[in-house]
Ligand binder design. Sequence first.
Ligand SMILES: Cc1cc2nc3c(=O)[nH]c(=O)nc-3n(C[C@H](O)[C@H](O)[C@H](O)COP(=O)(O)O)c2cc1C
Length: 161
Amino acid sequence: MDKKFLVVYYSRTGTTKKIAKEIAEFLSCDFEEIFDKKDRSGIKGFMAGGRDAMRRELTEINEIQKDPMNYDIVIIGTPVWAANMAPAIRTYIARNKEKIKNVAFFCTTGGTGIEKTLIEMEVLCGKKPIATFAATASQVKKNTYQGFKEFIEKITNFAQL
Ligand SMILES: Cc1cc2nc3c(=O)[nH]c(=O)nc-3n(C[C@H](O)[C@H](O)[C@H](O)COP(=O)(O)O)c2cc1C
């Protein structure tokens, strides 16, 4: 398998990060964490975060280290915020979609908004994902999420085409 993968994620409280690390480990690939320069901590951060996500606002993110152009498949993960992607991931996709050749998406959630979030990501990116994966925060905590193996398989199968 000579295709190159990159896992890109934003995580406010570590749940999406745990899945991102798992994916990067399974695929032995690079990863890039996106940081939101807006303060998303505490109840104020939570409220503003939900509002920004709902309004589809962009935010200030760190300068990226890995050029997505250098990868065959970019695997993008976000927590679900107000049934949408987090603003940091919206900003990443908006800025980099032209450089992304193939995508896969994943998200973590309290339990709702999975389908809408994944569709919003697809529409913004302008590409159908090779594979998608979602888990609840509670499943991630207890390691009881399902469909992970299939998600990895779809990506590796695509990479062998
Ligand atoms: C601002 C904000 C909005 C959220 N909105 C939703 C939501 O609409 N539906 C839901 O099920 N969970 C929602 N959640 C919960 C997160 O999606 C969930 O806890 C996620 O796994 C957190 O990922 P992280 O630890 O990577 O930040 C929200 C969390 C935050 C901070």
